[in-house]
Design a protein around this ligand. Structure first.
Ligand SMILES: Nc1ncnc2c1ncn2[C@@H]1O[C@H](COP(=O)(O)OP(=O)(O)OP(=O)(O)O)[C@@H](O)[C@H]1O
Length: 238
């Protein structure tokens, strides 16, 4: 039977450097939607994303992705992950990078051109990545993650450092991907991006404060913006 969850975690506990950084998280991320993972710097967002893509050692609990354990070989071409550090080759051109990663993934030959257009890098195909701006480089990493049409896209702060116009364009792209059936999990420490998400995971100190729609969070906390909702939840938990 098709599992309607993209990600299911139960009791997820992670220790890093001798400290518990995730304290027994339970979560259920729906398919075909954009889930925002929001919380202050150091609260454990990257650690949670790493657990979901299967590159983080887990101390206790379990994580299932698209119905199988996180990190399973079957997920290799179904999950796209963009880390905060660019993960492409600086001395290759945009197209050379994407042709290389497409070959590694076994993605269709026309995929590099498709993803270059999707992330708005048309005109820069032959530029060497090292000579692009930071925002352009980040979009090359994103383009690489879009190769092969992954079912789940895990994006660690994809809009950080981008100007408002580019941020808007990227959020439109994310929405288009979700409309086509993809699941997106997008982390951010900028609360104003929250309203662009279908569901939010609010995180603090390695714990989830809330897992709900932006509208429901505002109405249950009686606040006008997600920043205030976050503060209200922190206060309520004290
Ligand atoms: N390699 C590591 N070894 C030990 N501790 C680590 C390591 N990486 C992160 N940590 C610790 O784990 C905790 C969670 O870090 P994490 O990177 O998941 O937070 P984050 O919410 O993604 O932060 P940011 O938004 O700044 O990226 C932090 O206390 C951090 O100091």
């Amino acid at each position: 039977m098709m599992n309607s969850s993209a990600v299911l975690a139960a009791g997820l506990t992670v220790e890093r450097g001798g400290h518990t950084v995730l304290h027994g998280l339970d979560l259920d991320i729906p398919r075909g939607a954009i889930t925002g993972l929001l919380g202050p710097s150091g609260c454990g967002k990257t650690t949670l994303l790493r657990s979901i893509v299967g590159v983080q050692r887990i101390a206790a609990g379990r994580v299932e992705v698209l119905g199988v354990p996180a990190g399973s070989a079957a997920l290799r071409d179904k999950v796209g992950y963009v880390t905060q550090a660019p993960s492409v080759y600086g001395d290759l051109s945009v197209t050379e990078n994407l042709v290389y990663f497409a070959a590694v993934l076994g993605a269709p030959r026309q995929d590099p051109a498709r993803v270059i257009a999707q992330v708005g890098l048309g005109g820069h195909e032959h530029d060497t990545v090292d000579r692009l701006s930071g925002g352009q480089r980040a979009r090359v990493s994103l383009a690489a993650a879009l190769l092969g049409h992954p079912e789940l896209l895990v994006l660690d702060e994809p809009t950080v450092g981008l100007d408002p116009v580019l941020r808007q364009d990227l959020w439109r792209l994310f929405r288009g991907l979700a409309d086509d059936g993809a699941t997106l999990l997008v982390s951010s420490h900028v609360m104003d991006e929250a309203t662009r998400c279908d569901k939010l995971l609010l995180m603090r100190d390695g714990r989830l404060l809330a897992h709900d729609t932006p509208e429901a969070l505002l109405s249950t906390t009686g606040t006008a913006d997600i920043d205030s909702a976050f503060l209200s939840l922190v206060e309520a938990g004290r």
